[in-house]
Design a protein around this ligand. Structure first.
Ligand code: ZN
Ligand code: ZN
Length: 607
């Protein structure tokens, strides 16, 4: 009964998951079943402590992957890294496991980052290894299409969230500090006998976005705009600028949508499948159709590979010769052409293609390794050695992969392919957003900006109603006059600044007021500083210091929020980027503490 229940729950969970993750790019339909079986057997053996048997199963799986010319299997790499975390293994075996994870997906940025994190965790800590993998991960972002797209899309979305979160936070702070002042000021506008209506009337106006069913941001920002004329000049300017700039948030969101979409369908997805070495018939048809209308280097290279796989080497050659004409693709095309010439028995042409590839601007270890093997076949041993040395300098990981591949496959040569960089695959899919539609996306923010500007001209100019910095009383031309010092009420000025011959009764009274006021705002300020560093200072009108301190925390919040809008890990087993957010969380906590300390120092009032 219990197992059946678990099965039902898992099944429901699986369906929910697969419904939410629309962009399920990775598709292992094409992975030969015996490869998967070998790998699974290896996992089981390793779990049972039979390390050597387990590793030989993994090597069998790897051999099959290479024989089928599968380039990348990130899910397998991820499983190996997880095994390394879960099981207690000898140092040597753990090393072997991680090396295998590299061979199963040599160009996956996300897997390199996962290994970097592995070396960063307690029990496996090695700073140099972690740093090396981190470097590899960042370098490989150019090849790892889903990782790159997801990171970029998330950064775009995070910029949108950053702007909106900052706008909302500033608005809430303005409301917290100045709503009282607005209430006092508007009270004077009403005739004496209607004064009771003041608060309901203000609430009615302030809640307008709620009645018309506005989103969260207008509900929180609109009352902020109403209170803005009473804020300090620097805060007014910053809020207005932010309001204007936040109109671009819509553009950033649109950008995210545009980036994610091609990953879910069409030629981009097919090119990606080809780069994994897992392209099926639908991918071939997709690419053939795309090549009819465009000469995108990514499409040409991918289609050439796919045509070669289905046996049409002539068409493949035509496409590669076309691709050579595209500067961004020529080195890759030459390398691919080399592989084609070699398997079709044209070694002379193969060598000349590779020599051209080696002259390219970009240096690929794969090209030099291939050239070294080609020279070796042609009995040009000296040339072979010198090129091999150069190749090993470029990437010793590729050298050991090559050695293992030759050994496992029992061959004297192993052709190394270079995946098509993500930039080439995406070059034609990134749509342009017309300026007009970009502006339309932010129409409500711009409307709010214009209203706020008008309000500032009507009510903000020469506004004398404000909060006394010392006692928190409302300074108002008809109730409590401002002293010579701006922002300080007359009694406070007499007691705390002019000093000396002051009525002792007034002194005690003002001191009591100041103490009560700051006890209240102090608690609020500390809590705010803890939750979002910097906000406590903004509340106390230390605007610049507060803003500087809040840049990272608000950015972090933005990045965090953006995660829910960017389709979750395209590969369900890997959640690498969020894991790195722990470091961000640490910085956030540190800034919280700094912010509280700064608040206590800067916002203190000598009384
Ligand atoms: Zn005062
Ligand atoms: Zn008044």
């Amino acid at each position: 009964m219990k197992t059946r229940l678990t099965a039902v729950i898992m099944l429901v969970g699986f369906f929910l998951l697969s419904a939410s993750v629309q962009a399920q790019v990775f598709d292992y339909r094409l992975v030969p079943p015996e490869l998967a079986a070998d790998f699974q057997k290896g996992v089981k053996l390793l779990e049972q402590g039979q390390a050597n048997e387990g590793f030989s199963q993994f090597e069998q799986a790897l051999t099959l992957a290479w024989r089928y010319q599968i380039q990348e299997l990130p899910a397998y790499s991820s499983e190996l890294i997880r095994l390394g975390t879960r099981l207690t293994l000898s140092d040597e075996n753990r090393r072997r496991l991680l090396d295998l994870s590299l061979y199963f997906s040599p160009h996956s940025s996300e897997m390199a980052l996962a290994r970097a994190r592995f070396f960063f965790s307690a029990g496996h800590f090695s700073f140099s290894s972690s740093l090396a993998e981190l470097k590899r991960g960042i370098n490989l972002l150019g090849y790892d299409l889903p990782a790159r797209v997801r990171l970029q899309a998330r950064l775009w979305r995070a910029s949108a969230e950053f702007l909106m979160v900052w706008l909302i936070i500033l608005s809430v702070l303005i409301i917290l500090r100045y709503f009282r002042v607005l209430l006092h000021w508007s009270g004077h506008l009403l005739p004496e006998s209607y004064r009771n209506l003041n608060l309901p009337l203000l609430l009615f106006i302030g809640l307008i976005p709620v009645y018309i069913g506005g989103a969260l941001w207008p509900i929180l920002v609109w009352p902020g705009i109403l209170c803005l004329p009473f804020a300090r000049k620097s805060l007014r300017i910053i809020f207005l600028v932010l309001l204007l700039v936040s109109g671009l948030a819509g553009l950033c969101r649109e950008k995210t949508r545009q980036m994610i979409f091609p990953l879910t369908t069409g030629p981009v997805l097919s090119q990606y499948h080809v780069s994994l070495g897992l392209a099926g018939q639908p991918d071939l048809e997709n690419l053939r159709k795309a090549a009819e209308s465009s000469n995108s280097p990514g499409v040409l290279l991918s289609l050439a590979e796919a045509e070669h796989r289905v046996g049409d080497d002539k068409r493949s050659e035509e496409l590669l010769i076309l691709a050579i004409g595209e500067p961004a693709a020529s080195t890759l095309a030459y390398n691919q052409l080399f592989c084609l010439y070699l398997v079709t028995g044209r070694p002379e042409q193969a060598i000349s293609a590779l020599e051209k590839a080696a002259q390219g601007k970009e240096q690929y270890a794969e090209v030099y390794f291939n050239l070294s093997q080609a020279y070796n076949n042609a009995s040009k041993y000296d040339q072979s050695d010198s090129v091999y040395k150069k190749a090993s300098q470029l990437s010793d990981e590729t050298a050991s992969r090559l050695v293992l591949a030759k050994k496992l496959l029992g061959q004297t040569q192993f052709l190394l392919k270079i995946p098509v960089p993500a930039g080439l695959i995406l070059s034609e899919s990134e749509g342009k957003i017309a300026p007009a539609s970009a502006l339309l996306e932010g129409k409500y923010q711009f409307l709010f900006f214009i209203i706020a500007l008008c309000l500032m001209l009507v009510a903000g100019r020469g506004q004398k109603t404000r909060v006394c910095y010392y006692c928190g009383s409302i300074i108002c031309p008809s109730c409590l006059p401002e002293s010579r010092s701006p922002g300080i009420c007359n009694p406070c000025y007499q007691v705390f600044i002019a000093g000396k011959s002051v009525d002792p009764k007034l002194r005690i009274e003002q001191k009591g007021k100041v103490r009560n006021y700051h006890r209240l705002t102090g608690i609020l300020g500390v809590v705010l500083s803890l939750v979002v560093p910097g906000t406590g200072l903004i509340l106390e009108e230390k605007v610049l210091a507060g803003l500087l301190l809040s840049v990272f925390p608000v950015g972090f919040l933005g990045y965090f929020l953006a995660g829910s809008y960017v389709p979750a890990p395209l590969l369900p087993v890997t959640v690498v980027f969020p894991a790195w957010m722990i470091i961000g969380l640490g910085i956030y906590a540190l800034l919280s503490l700094v912010s509280v300390l700064l608040y206590l120092i800067l916002a203190r009032v000598e009384a």
